[in-house]
Design a protein around this ligand. Structure first.
Ligand SMILES: Cc1ncc(C[n+]2csc(CCOP(=O)(O)OP(=O)(O)O)c2C)c(N)n1
Length: 279
């Protein structure tokens, strides 16, 4: 189902939004011959639920002071974030066609010049520390909006995350919600082979975070869980979201190659067909 606003049809529920995120991200990556489509597809459901059912944001006032903050720390998945922001009306859909083109606002890694983006990211390991600072500042000013940070599992190799985890627990940053998009693949191999993280939930618990695990493609479960955060008073919240890299396109699912590969025209039309794109 869609809501018609002027000539643009915006998705009106998270499932449709997720499908549209996937469709647009694939088109953007194919058109610009760029990378990281698997990374956008794994988190598409998480972004859709956040932007449809969880975050208090106003696309017409991206800088509304009372808004919840969202940081995509895995900034290489910029195509997915730009797609959801455009689909929620933060900026014109037409801009998506300029993704990764010379002179475009939409850089290949997340840029804070884009309406709705809080922080430029791409160098992994920075989103959570900045999120800590935002929540600490809010706490001191007695403000109550939440800060959501999406990390990747491979990103948990960065030591800065564990400093931030200590810091957040110490300062009782309970308005901080970190979501790990745990798709079990990173750039050059399986997370388990490159640098084993397991047991990841236990590690976060040991750092005194309130931890919940969820199927990162189950919209109802994500919606219920994310709206419950903070899970425990005085503790930051960690959602370990189990996902599949490349989710939604059969030949990309759980395939390492799609971290860097860009779809050729034939693969693009196959992917769009699987996603139900009407052309
Ligand atoms: C500090 C830093 N080191 C290395 C990179 C290069 N790099 C880009 S994506 C990536 C890994 C991707 O795997 P993961 O972090 O698990 O994210 P996913 O795409 O699977 O969600 C790496 C190492 C980077 N962006 N930043």
């Amino acid at each position: 189902m869609t809501i018609k606003l002027s000539e643009i049809e915006y998705p009106s529920n998270s499932l449709d939004l997720a499908q549209q995120i996937r469709i647009h991200a694939i088109k953007m990556v194919a058109q610009s011959n760029s990378s990281h489509i698997g990374s956008s597809l794994s988190m598409a459901d998480i972004l859709a639920v956040l932007y449809m059912d969880v975050l208090r944001v106003d696309p017409k006032q991206p800088d509304w002071p009372e808004r919840d903050r969202f940081i995509l720390s895995k900034g290489h998945a910029a195509a997915g974030l730009y797609a959801v922001l455009a689909l929620r009306g933060f900026f014109p859909m037409a801009l998506l066609k300029r993704f990764c083109q010379e002179g475009s606002l939409l850089l290949g890694h997340v840029s804070h010049h884009v309406p709705g983006v809080e922080l430029s990211t791409g160098s992994l390991g920075h989103g959570l520390p900045v999120g800590c600072g935002m929540v600490l500042a809010d706490k001191r000013e007695e403000k109550s909006h939440r800060v959501f940070v999406v990390l990747s599992d491979g990103e948990c190799d960065e030591g800065s995350n564990w400093e931030a985890a200590l810091f957040a627990a110490h300062h009782k940053l309970d308005n901080l919600v970190a979501i790990v998009d745990a798709n079990e693949l990173q750039g050059f191999g399986r997370v388990d082979e490159v640098l084993k993280l397991a047991p990841l939930a236990e590690k976060w618990r040991a750092f005194r975070w309130a931890v919940r695990e969820v199927d990162g493609h189950d919209h109802q479960a994500l919606k219920t869980l994310l709206n419950q955060a903070p899970f425990e008073p005085d503790h930051p919240s960690l959602v370990l979201a189990h996902t599949i890299k490349g989710k939604g396109v059969s030949f990309m699912e759980d395939q390492l190659a799609w971290h860097y590969k860009s779809p050729n025209p034939e693969q693009l039309s196959q992917a769009l067909k699987q996603l139900g794109e009407k052309r």
